[in-house]
Design a protein around this ligand. Sequence first.
Ligand code: ADP
Ligand code: MG
Length: 229
Amino acid sequence: MLCYHAAVTTRALNEIETKALLAAAGVAVTPTELARTAAAAAALAERLACPVALKIVSADIVHKSDAGGVRLGLASPADVAVAFDEMMHAVRARQPAAHLDGASVQPMAPPGGVEVIVGVSVDAQFGHVIMCGLGGVLVEVLQDVAFRLIPLQLRDAREMLTELHGFPLLRGVRGRPGVNLRALEELLLRVSKLAAQRPDIQELDLNPVLAYPDRVLAVDARALIEVQR
Ligand code: ADP
Ligand code: MG
C-alpha cells in the first residue's frame, strides 16, 4: 500500500493550462495564449486586441506579481514587445533559478469588476472542499471566506455568497450596482462539478474572478494535479 502512495506526485498546471480546463467546464475565462518571444507576444496582442495583460509563465513561480511577472494595460503591440523583454529581465533578476516558459498574453478585463476568489482543495477527512471569498484585502486580512463540501447544490452556492461579510459589495451598496449573483452561483456549481469529475485535482485556484453586473470572468487561475510517477 505504501508503495502505491510513494508513486504518486503532483504537477502544477500553469495559467494557460488551468484556464483551458476551466473553459472546457463552462467557466468564462479571458482567452490566454503563450508567447515564447517578444515578437510572438506582440503578434498575439495584435490578434487578441489591446489593451492586454502580459504574465510570466513558469512552473517555478506561483505568485507572478511578487516575482515582477505581471504587466497590465499594455496599449499596443510595440508596448507588449518592450514589456516582454523587461519582464523577462526583471523576473530573472529576482528568481535566477526559475525555468521560464515565456509569457501569457490576454485581453484586459474591463474595469469595475468586484474581485472574488474561488478555490478547491482536498481535506484529508472529507475530500474535495470548495471555498469562495472576496478578493484582495478582505481575504488576506479579514479571512472573509466560505467553505462547503463538493458536490455543491444551488442552495449551497447561494449561501456561500450571502454568508460573506462582504456580501453587500456583491449585492450592491450605496449606489454601486450589484454583480450578477446568478452567474457567480453558476460558476461555483461548474467548478464543483469539475472537481467532482476530476479526483486528481489537488488544488484549483481562480484568483481573481472579476464579477460584473452582467457576467463573471476568471482572469487568473492555477491548479495542482496528482500524477502517477
Ligand atoms: P498573480 O496572482 O500570480 O500575482 P494575477 O494574474 O492574478 O497574478 O494578476 C495580478 C492582478 O492583476 C490580478 O489580481 C488582477 O487584479 C489583475 N489582472 C490580472 N489579469 C487581468 C486581466 N486580464 N484584466 C484585468 N486585470 C487583470
Ligand atoms: Mg492571481
